[in-house]
Ligand binder design. Structure first.
Ligand code: FAD
Ligand code: NAP
Length: 342
């Protein structure tokens, strides 16, 4: 579908095609946003709304009686260039993976490890998307947004976004405060930083006899690994990892290690330890299990799936059962990464 101007659909509109869990909830009204001027009018009107980009990080547990805006703001612009770097401003409604492919086609480095992540550019800063050892905060220079209260355009420098592990100001203090309209990314023109620490990437490179990978090799590796491991939301509804990994301090890690000698963990730059939640869920016997139409994926315990007609509440019930089991067995609280609506 191509939208040349902001188009509106009125009551009630199914959101099934707008969320990758394919939950059949509805919105009172839905509007495609293709220009910021329309957005400013809506904000000035004072009507509350929800924002959807690609719908790949939301779980709809009920209908949304009000207005839902679907972001389709488009465009790329070069804002700065030095011999080593280029800064590109990308409209928030652009598809993330299209941006990654475009940057690789131009020979720009920085995004290759983040290949094939669904969703839009504007949602990337919200949870500081990350994969295979790279987080988007590493390449974001600034986020441009409309303040929902004042309708003013504001620019937040990367430091002001308070990026953390799958976290940012947009999920906390500034939750619901901004509509992100564009993001500035600083990409490398030469001397690219190759990040190939993850075992799956190392293995792929070795299998393809590549000892000095370039940015395109890394992207290719990530695309192939992801395609082989992750369920395609077009085939099996899901929103990627449902829960975040758990972070514990050194002392707690030691205690856990004594109780569960086989526990997996990675030391983080801040000295804490990251425990893969997928492993915890697997240990509780949830991998591949289902409750009705809601399931825990057979290969990726962290990914909850809709086997067909699950409601958002069914998925949430499954998530809560998993949380309770992990807490009972390991004494650890696992937090959803997915945004639960309303
Ligand atoms: P949506 O789901 O539409 O929105 C997510 C949240 O952001 C909502 O609260 C929404 O209101 C808000 N939002 C969206 N756009 C804006 C905007 N312009 N302004 C203000 N608020 C906004 N995530 C990772 O970090 N790493 C991965 O490797 C990864 N892999 C995935 C694999 C699969 C198969 C799937 C289905 C998901 C994966 N995800 C991953 C999660 C998801 O793709 C990302 O979080 C992505 O950034 C979400 O983008 P979206 O446009 O779909 O956001
Ligand atoms: P994996 O490679 O099987 O690794 C399992 C977990 O261990 C991951 O959560 C990862 O943490 C951690 N890990 C592995 N190697 C590590 C290393 N060298 N240093 C630090 N941590 C390490 O994971 P996977 O499930 O196949 O996913 C691969 C990558 O894609 C991961 O980075 C993951 O975050 C990302 N991904 C994210 C989503 C999502 O929706 N958020 C969905 C699918 C995949 P991290 O998660 O911190 O990297």
């Amino acid at each position: 579908m191509i939208f040349n101007k902001s188009e509106s659909m009125t009551s009630p509109v199914s959101l099934q095609a707008y969320n990758t869990f394919h939950i059949d909830a509805s919105a009172g009204r839905l509007e495609m946003i293709v220009e910021t001027s329309r957005l400013k009018d809506i904000i000035a009107g004072g009507q509350p709304f929800h924002i959807i980009g690609g719908g790949s990080n939301i779980l709809l547990t009920d209908d949304i009686p009000g207005l839902v805006l679907v972001n389709r703001l488009r465009g790329y612009e070069m804002v700065d260039k030095t011999p080593d770097h280029i800064t590109v401003r990308v409209a928030s409604g652009e598809r993330w993976h299209d941006f990654v492919l475009w940057s690789l086609s131009m020979g720009y480095g920085g995004l290759e490890n983040l290949s094939l992540i669904p969703g839009t550019v504007g949602a990337a800063p919200i949870q500081n998307i990350g994969a295979y050892g790279v987080e988007v905060k590493d390449i974001i220079v600034a986020v441009h947004a409309l303040d929902m209260e004042t309708g003013e355009e504001v620019t937040l420098r990367a430091e002001e976004c308070r990026f953390g592990y799958r976290d940012s100001i947009f999920k906390r203090e500034a939750k619901g405060q901004y509509f992100i309209i564009a993001v500035d990314f600083r990409l490398t023109l030469r001397n690219h930083r190759i990040v190939d620490d993850y075992w799956a990437i190392k293995e792929w490179l070795a299998a393809h006899h590549i000892s000095a990978p370039d940015i395109r090799d890394i992207s290719k590796a990530v695309i192939q690994i992801r395609s082989s491991k992750l369920p395609d939301p077009e085939v099996l509804g899901n929103a990627g990892s449902f829960f975040k990994n758990v972070e514990v301090d050194k002392e707690k890690m030691k205690a856990l290690g004594l109780r569960f000698p086989e526990i997996k963990a990675f030391e983080m730059p801040n000295g804490n330890f990251k425990i893969p939640t997928g492993w915890l869920i697997d240990q509780c016997g949830w991998k591949g299990r289902r409750i009705g139409e809601a399931g825990c994926h057979k290969d990726q315990a962290l990914v909850l799936v809709n086997h067909g007609k699950a409601s958002g509440r069914e998925i949430l019930r499954l998530a809560k059962a998993i949380q309770a089991d992990v807490e009972e067995r390991f004494g650890l609280m696992i937090e959803p990464e997915v945004n639960i609506w309303p």
